[in-house]
Design a protein around this ligand. Structure first.
Ligand code: 13P
Ligand code: SF4
Length: 295
């Protein structure tokens, strides 16, 4: 805490980070909230505790800042699933579609997309787009959820998704509901449509936490990364939270420890994000549009 003031560092932490990191962060939240916070941070250095695309988003929004990814190996496998070349090929077959990129994409991929969305802003943004035809990349589960919520839009999907959330099955829902019959099931839209169909509430990491906090119910089954179970339990000790599946562990989100954060703040660890100016300018357009439409 002393070092970050001395070195003028702001620590941003995604909600999936461990409790000890969330406690020393200046701001924690879901991907959308982190992007908005990143655009207004006053400090000259930002340490991102999360995964690479989140640090890239901060760099794109504040290129003059030093942006450090707290652990250099923290990537999001979904963000790497589709290449620029592949998406350009797909775009040739549907030139009139608006290309909507989940923010879980590389900076390079964002340069060939029209607008970014996050799990909390996707429906709102797609509804506001002037185009009826949408190419949604890379997460076909979030895309299918958006398509169901926006029946006036024609949403084309590709085969991509989060390897952690797709590993949850309806059988996990049956087992969890049987063990906790009074609990509400809160699920992230990266889960499959079959799992979402069983949920009492579908939302981003922050939306799940807000819903659980505000609900009159006392028990919840949490259908997203298990860190949310732990973080909710800290905040609401009188309520009970259960993981939907013990497979809901994202190794990339877990790789960062408090020691990595300390090293990043000291300037002896992490990785400073470097992006060329063309990538920053081209990727920024679709992040700016996300903040404009999503606010
Ligand atoms: P949020 O948009 O809810 O922060 O989710 C990001 C993510 O990586 C979920 O797996
Ligand atoms: Fe990426 Fe899935 Fe991990 Fe989120 S949980 S960072 S989408 S791999």
């Amino acid at each position: 805490m002393r070092l970050k003031t001395e070195r003028d560092v702001c620590i941003l932490a995604h909600s999936y980070q461990s409790r000890e990191i969330i406690e020393i962060a200046d701001f924690s939240g879901d991907s959308y909230q982190l992007s908005v916070a990143a655009s207004t941070v006053p400090n000259k250095t930002v340490v991102m505790c999360g995964v690479r695309f989140m640090a890239e988003t901060v760099k794109i929004l504040s290129p003059q800042k030093t942006v450090i990814l707290a652990h250099p190996n923290a990537g999001c496998p979904m963000a790497e699933q589709m290449s620029v070349e592949y998406i350009n090929t797909v775009k040739r077959d549907c030139p009139d579609h608006a290309v909507v990129a989940y923010i879980n994409t590389t900076a390079a991929l964002k340069t060939v997309c029209d607008v970014c969305v996050t799990s909390s802003s996707a429906v709102k943004i797609v509804e506001k787009l002037p185009q009826k035809d949408i190419l949604f990349i890379p997460d076909c589960n979030l895309g299918a959820y958006v398509a169901a919520q926006c029946p006036d839009k024609n949403v084309k999907l590709l085969e991509g998704g989060c390897p952690v959330h797709v590993a949850v099955y309806v059988e996990d829902v049956r087992r969890a509901r049987a063990a906790h019959p009074d609990a509400l099931l809160l699920v992230h839209p990266e889960c499959t449509p079959q799992v979402l169909a069983q949920a009492d509430f579908v939302g981003s990491t922050s939306a799940i936490m807000d819903y659980a906090g505000a609900s009159h119910n006392d028990e919840f089954i949490i259908g997203t990364e298990m860190s949310i179970v732990q973080n909710l339990q800290y905040s609401h000790s009188y309520k009970k939270f259960y993981p939907l599946s013990h497979k809901l562990i994202c190794p990339d989100m877990r790789i960062t420890s408090l020691v990595h954060v300390l090293q990043a703040v000291q300037g002896t660890g992490g990785e400073a994000i470097e992006l060329d100016s063309t990538t920053i300018t081209e990727a920024r357009a679709c992040i700016d549009r996300m903040i404009e439409y999503g606010g």
